[in-house]
Write a protein that binds this ligand. Sequence first.
Ligand SMILES: O=c1ccn([C@H]2C[C@H](O)[C@@H](CO)O2)c(=O)[nH]1
Ligand SMILES: [Zn+2]
Length: 136
Amino acid sequence: MADESLKAEMLAVARAARAASYAPYSNYRVGAALLGEDGRIFGGCNVENAAYPQGVCAEAGALSAMVLAGVRKAKGVLVVGDGQHLITPCGGCRQKLREFAQPEDFWVLAVNESGQQQQWTLEQLFPHSFSPDHLA
Ligand SMILES: O=c1ccn([C@H]2C[C@H](O)[C@@H](CO)O2)c(=O)[nH]1
Ligand SMILES: [Zn+2]
C-alpha cells in the first residue's frame, strides 16, 4: 500500500478530478487517481452523456490518461465518490483495471468526504478474472 504522503497526493488528484466531473444526469460526481508503476499519478472523472450508456467512469478516464502517457502497469487506484459513500469501481471498470494490474498486488482505496477509508485488493473485488494471460 502507498505511504501516507503518496496517499495524500493521490487524494488531492482524485478530489480535483471529481471537481471537474461532468455528471448532469446522475448528479453523482466521481474522481479517481491511478498510480502507474513509474510512480506517476493519473486523474480521471466521470463524463456522462445525453445518450446515457455512452457515459464514462472516472476509473476509465484515469486508465486512458495512463496509457496515453505510455504506462502499461498500474499499482493502485484511489476513488472518491459523493459525500459519505465509500465506493468501489463498477464491474466494467474492474475488468478494465485488471488489464493493467496484478490482482493480488493492485490495491483499491475508497475515501469519502470525511476522509474515512476502506481498502481492498483487486483480487478481493474481482476474483477469478479473465485476463490477457488467457489469450497468450
Ligand atoms: O466507481 C464508479 C461508480 C460510478 N461512477 C459514475 C458513473 C456515473 O457517471 C455515475 C453514477 O453511476 O458515477 C464512476 O465513475 N465510478
Ligand atoms: Zn466503472
